[in-house]
Design a protein around this ligand. Structure first.
Ligand code: NAD
Length: 491
């Protein structure tokens, strides 16, 4: 079995506990790697290295030089993308086709933010006070803690790391305990690109120990987190003790809303990719399908007809459509939600159980599952399942679609399918979500801000917005005429 250590100051570092834990391949059911189990002592070493690097050679580089390093890293990522994708698939069981496209695309984030590094401009303020020159500048925050989940480890790390490095920060990463290997392989490319040691460090381990020690560390300036809303809430509370900056990318229960005037075949494909891609294990899953009542029955018939054909199997195989569920806990949770939906009175029209067919091997497979007759108050409509389970809810008109669409605690994304331009704009205005898709689903880019409303999170990743979230604004006042007036005499 391959053994991975922590990565501190560009060196492999054994855990102070001497303990390691296994990473399991969700398709074969076999442990394939072991990882250092980090604790507060290890976290302290990593934050120390990042703090020293922040004040060292890294701080003295010009913004343009930082940008060039990021662009060089992008070239190395492109060369290594296929290997990194295979490691991710071995760890999380998502399709090689998806992870391959993702790891290749990641390079573009480093190019984009590499280009932005020397364009974070402050301004000269036209002051109301005479005899002052007053300007602002953007400065890096310091050491950023980056805590990532298991579903898209390198992509979701990149959304944090690329803008943070472009702005001049340093980082300590705590990847998910289920998928740490790709991050540890990736950081070797950072070293190869020529970044000074200590700029990026990795501590592996569990959230309750390594993760919380990182959030609590007094020398961490910001916590950038992607994961579940409950972990996000805990991290927000803990970070508050140190008045730290926090960004949270959390869960979702996104509505995918189809009107009778839509291109229905396109909407069927959008609904299927919205929920069954990545085995439903994406924060943006279109897990509530809202269908206008007049098209409900024929839409469901066609959706089931297409979804039934999904090939379940080895995620490394290019012909597979649906892979295993990543973790055992998640597998049990998805099956539990299927039972809950049945007990709440929803009707299962496809799937509805574990999949044990020939393609399933030793893995944790759940059949693509569709429920009709769902009412938005049911738990299957309100709670994030994070699996291949679709809840279909009928509606009559725009007002009802908006009311149902917004009636959840989350607000990450929403899809609208209609041929009426005015309707798409009205809906886009009134749906409370950070991303709205019209006649498409799942489009994302480094150019475009992404993040949640309500319990889906705080702050934005990607686009121009993201880089300033890794900066502090400083205001500088310079008197252009010195004053000898007595400060105790008010004038
Ligand atoms: P999780 O919250 O269980 O874990 C995420 C990370 O946080 C892991 O590295 C974990 O070790 C760490 N962690 C957990 N508790 C912690 C604590 N108290 N202090 C510090 N670190 C802690 O989430 P997960 O199961 O890995 O991922 C699935 C969740 O992530 C889903 O809810 C999904 O919607 C969400 N997600 C959101 C986005 C987004 O961008 N909005 C993207 C992907 C996934």
């Amino acid at each position: 079995m391959k053994r991975y250590e922590h990565y501190i100051n560009a060196t492999a570092a054994a855990p102070s506990t001497g303990r390691y834990f296994a990473s399991r391949n969700p398709y074969t059911g076999e442990d394939w790697a072991e990882l250092a189990e980090g604790d507060a002592t290890d976290v302290d070493r990593a934050v120390g290295a990042a703090a020293t690097a922040f004040d060292g050679e890294w701080r003295r580089l010009t913004a343009s030089a930082r940008g060039r390093l990021l662009v060089r890293l992008a070239d190395l990522i492109e060369e290594e993308a296929p290997r990194l994708a295979e490691i991710e698939v071995t760890d999380n069981g998502k399709l090689l086709a998806e992870m391959g496209a993702q790891t290749r695309y990641i390079a573009e984030w480093y190019r984009y933010y590499g280009g932005l590094a020397d364009k974070i401009e402050g301004s000269v303020i036209p002051s109301d006070k005479p005899a002052f020159f007053n300007y602002t500048k953007y400065e890096p925050l310091g050491v950023i803690a980056m805590i990532t989940p298991w579903n898209s480890p390198l992509l979701l790390l990149t959304w944090k790391l690329a803008p943070a490095l472009a702005a001049g920060n340093t980082a300590v990463i705590k990847p998910s305990e289920f998928t740490s290997a790709s991050t540890l392989e990736f950081v070797k490319l950072i070293e190869q690109a020529g970044f000074p040691p200590g700029v990026v460090n990795v501590i592996t381990g569990f959230g309750r120990e390594a993760g919380s020690a990182l959030v609590d560390h007094p020398d961490v300036a910001k916590v950038a987190f992607t994961g579940s809303d409950l972990s996000g809430q805990k991290i927000y509370e803990n970070a508050a003790a140190g008045i730290k900056h926090v960004s949270l990318e959390l869960g979702g229960k996104s509505p995918n809303i189809v009107f009778e005037d839509a291109d229905l075949e396109a909407a069927v494909m959008g609904a299927i990719s919205g929920i069954f891609a990545a085995t439903g294990q994406t924060c943006i899953a279109g897990s509530r399908l809202l269908l206008q009542r007049s098209i409900h029955d024929r839409f469901v018939k066609r959706l089931v007809e297409v979804a039934r054909e999904a090939r379940i199997g080895d995620p490394m195989d290019a012909s597979t459509n649906v892979g295993p569920v990543t973790t055992e806990a998640q597998y049990n949770k998805v099956l539990e939600y299927i039972d809950i939906a049945r007990s709440e009175g929803a009707t299962c029209v496809l799937g509805g159980g574990p999949c044990t067919g020939p393609g399933a091997k030793g893995g944790q497979f759940v059949e693509p599952t569709v429920f009709t007759g769902v009412n938005n108050t049911m738990r299957i409509a309100q709670e994030e399942v994070f699996g291949p389970v679709l809840a279909i809810i009928p509606f009559d008109d725009e007002e009802e679609a908006i009311a149902i669409g917004n009636d959840v605690v989350y607000g990450l994304a929403a899809g609208i399918w209609t041929s009426d331009m005015g309707r798409s704009l009205r809906m886009a205005d009134r749906l409370r979500a950070g991303t709205i898709w019209v006649n498409t689903y799942r489009a994302l880019s480094y150019t475009t801000p992404f993040g949640g409303f309500k319990r889906s999170g705080l702050g934005r990743e990607n686009g121009l917005e993201a880089i300033k979230q890794y900066c502090s604004v400083k205001s500088v006042w310079i008197a252009t005429q010195t004053s000898t007036a007595n400060p105790f005499v008010m004038r």
